[in-house]
Design a protein around this ligand. Sequence first.
Ligand code: GCO
Length: 509
Amino acid sequence: MTSTVPPARTDAVPAARTSARTSARTSASTPASTPAARTAAEPPARAFPPGFRWGAATAAYQIEGAAAEGGRTPSIWDTFSHTPGRTAGGQTGDVAVDHYHRFREDVRLMARLGLTSYRFSLSWPRIQPTGRGPALESGLDFYRALADELAEHGIRPVATLYHWDLPQHLEDAGGWPVRESAERFAEYAALAAQALGDRIDTWVTLNEPWCSAFLGYGSGVHAPGRTSPADALRAAHHLNLGHGLAVGALRAALPSTAEIAVSLNLHAVRPLTGHSDDLAAARRIDAVGNRIFTGPMFAGAYPDDLLADTTHLVDWADLVRDGDLAEISRPIDLLGLNYYTPTVVSAARDGEAATARHDGHGASPHSPWPGADDVTFHRAPGELTAMGWPIDPTGLTELLTALHREHGLPLLVTENGAAFEDVVGPDGSVDDPRRIAYIRAHLAAVHHALEAGADVRGYYLWSLLDNFEWAYGYAKRFGAVHVDYDTLARTPKASAHWYAEVIRRGGID
Ligand code: GCO
């Protein structure tokens, strides 16, 4: 089981951010004849291993648009975003950044940046509109064309099967709290693998099942917007089961050389103090934030402490059927980690409302943490991104080294990046030194994990393009490439040019 709770610490401010930012700015904008440029021709001080995958990540609903084209039907995110009050300004992914029509231009952009790999997600309702029955060829054709375009540019595709867009038909039948959704997911995985397995060799089953279960069915800030702790726990189990069944379906349909992964947003949980109550708070969050997935996936069991914490909410003996844990713990080839910021917790102190949460997952009177009502979330030290998330790359090193130690699997950082208030200059360019500093510091954190022996095989920047940031609509820009939402024109930001140089040199200084 992954225990990501380190000893108590209060000094979580990352070191040397100022100098990181300064050097990043220099290497992004220095003309060829200066001393700094000559340095750039030398091997980087922190070189990454040969074959390291340098990538960027996106998700279907956040970029594709074309919501009603090619036979696609609504997913829970279409329904949710079209429900008044659910997203900032009522914004939807109807058009998003129109990647469905502009994917060739987007792949050319990736090639110009020198990306060696691209992680995207398949839209379930584009491939299997009702979540049942045969696949829709028009949907598969879109992804065939995308994979072909990537191959033409030498970019290795990584396909995520589920990045939160459950067909609305399946939500109407009960959604993830219902067992059938897991079975339908495995059927969809088989259809996708049979059709695309000749073109795509790396497959991610689920993206961040914690968000699907606990933001979707617990706090309700994500689709489908339900707020039942019991349903959130049921959803978590059925997502786990769907993952395991899908691994089986993928193995049966894919060549033996294919690699299968899952992407988890594991929380780097830090107790505010070393007081036993705060350690207990951290343990609870580690259980329902991390080990609820890593326990069944890697050790074939739900952790005893999680079962005890949540036994008043759900009947686990009824929920988990014979054979489920064997399915869920089918071996996988790679573990994907999505990391943005650490999570600092304490026991609720006298007079603190249990709902006074600063967990960075959006405002709701309902908790996304079942069984942890007595836990308070604190802002970690550090500068904030535009999401209000403190910047602290040490959590990334901690998680990667802990995962390596506990599971020994090859790892991918399948998401990492930051939203900032980007300013477009008079010439249309975007100078985003804070994003450069963020990425640089997190790449250094990955390098520290490599030095400590973790087998990290790749890094996928979130995100390639500015896009639909879920409940925040288009207000939060995570892209290395700026998108003008009026014209949909794409302009690489300074961070994109900087990342291209990192890729060209194979590392950072
Ligand atoms: C997530 C998702 C992405 C987000 C990104 C920034 O972690 O929420 O995988 O779709 O857009 O993480 O919030």
